[in-house]
Design a protein around this ligand. Structure first.
Ligand SMILES: NC(=O)C1=CN([C@@H]2O[C@H](COP(=O)(O)OP(=O)(O)OC[C@H]3O[C@@H](n4cnc5c(N)ncnc54)[C@H](OP(=O)(O)O)[C@@H]3O)[C@@H](O)[C@H]2O)C=CC1
Ligand SMILES: O=C1CO[C@H](CO)[C@@H](O)[C@@H]1O
Length: 318
């Protein structure tokens, strides 16, 4: 079934729907229905990760919709991510095969290194010492990248990419890559618009995917009184003037700057309204106005692994 979602051409010639649905924090008991609803509404891009602990239930929705004849596998764009405990070269393929099994699919459209920093290998996603501190591994993400490349050649993934990599880390990957990353998935919204990293990536043929585009109000570490992006009066004023919701303005902001965007919701009405963004466009003036709201406001700082040699937000400028 045709969907109205526009496609973005990636550097390797494959195409990615510019709008997808996120699945972090979507509980196993609710994500199957959410992804079924999303596919019915017209979403064709689903953002997943092993560490979200719900790939099996996402896969159930995908299989059901393929079985019903609503979509074909080749009409979907499915992303997953290699978790930090599987960076060692000999663990990479097994981690991918596990995600493929969970998702009930023969191949992924995109497989990302979830974070540059490696954690101690083993059964725990967040291995900690007696003091509760994350245990690191010194595997270099450049070696992890080299282990991803054969997966493309084997046909298990169409494309490979990065997530949460800073400009220096991307440069190091590009120095060794025989298959280039097509995407860097990073936090991106008006409080952290990532203009420098976006320009840097685009100059190297790497597209940006914006995660937490609505400010991730359900992030587990949010405290009462923390700023909420969707409550911003300046954004509310723009949305009121345009007769749209703030979420629609935030999604359109990314689309209008050529950024792939993956808002998460498990609420059918929101999944629908977040997709209902193809009948309007922000003016260049509104995009510029929203650009001025940037304030280095990061909602996903990954404080648990501060001190890691490869923490992307600690030592480098952008
Ligand atoms: N690569 C990485 O390291 C990361 C990747 N991601 C990916 O990006 C996705 C999106 O980011 P995420 O952090 O989840 O946060 P989002 O910015 O997408 O916000 C999700 C929250 O917004 C609510 N929401 C959704 N639509 C609306 C709406 N129209 N009006 C009001 N509230 C709304 C959702 O509620 P409800 O569901 O209850 O409707 C949920 O609480 C993730 O799910 C994941 O797939 C995210 C973080 C890190
Ligand atoms: O995608 C993400 C959301 O959940 C993970 C676990 O807390 C984060 O590390 C990651 O950025």
């Amino acid at each position: 079934m045709a969907s109205k979602v526009p496609m973005v051409k990636l550097e390797n010639g494959t195409e990615c729907p510019i709008l997808g649905i996120g699945t972090w924090k979507s509980k196993p008991g609710e994500v199957t229905q959410a992804v079924k609803d999303a596919i019915d509404i017209g979403y064709r891009h689903i953002d997943c990760a092993f560490v979200y602990g719900n790939e099996k239930e996402v896969g159930d929705a995908i299989s059901a919709k393929i079985k019903e004849g609503v979509v074909k596998r080749e009409e979907l764009f499915i992303t997953s991510k290699l978790w930090n405990t599987f960076h060692r070269a000999d663990l990479v393929k097994g981690a991918l095969l596990k995600s493929l099994e969970n998702l009930g699919t023969q191949y992924l459209d995109l497989y990302l290194i979830h974070w540059p920093q490696a954690y101690k290998e083993g059964a725990e996603n967040f291995p900690v010492d007696e003091a509760g501190k994350i245990q690191f591994s010194d595997v270099d993400y450049v070696d992890t990248w080299k282990a991803l490349e054969p997966l493309v050649k084997e046909g298990l993934v169409k494309s490979i990419g990065l997530s949460n990599f800073n400009s220096k880390q991307i440069t190091r990957v590009l120095e060794v890559a025989t298959i280039k990353p097509v995407v860097n998935q990073i936090e991106c919204h008006p409080y952290l618009n990532q203009q420098r990293l976006k320009d840097f990536c685009e100059a190297r043929g790497i597209k940006i995917t914006a995660y937490s585009p609505l400010g991730s109000p359900d992030r587990p570490w949010a405290k009462p009184g923390d700023p909420q992006l969707m409550d911003d009066p300046k954004l509310k004023a723009i949305a009121t003037r345009l007769g749209k919701t703030v979420a629609q303005v935030l999604i359109r902001y990314q689309i209008d700057r050529g950024v792939i965007v993956i808002p998460k919701s498990v609420t059918r009405s929101r999944i629908a309204s977040n997709f209902d963004v193809f009948d309007f466009k922000l003016s260049a003036e509104d995009v510029q106005l929203i650009n001025t709201f940037d304030c280095n406001g990061r909602f996903v700082p990954m404080t648990a692994s501060l001190g890691h040699k490869d923490h992307p937000f600690e030592n480098d400028e952008f």
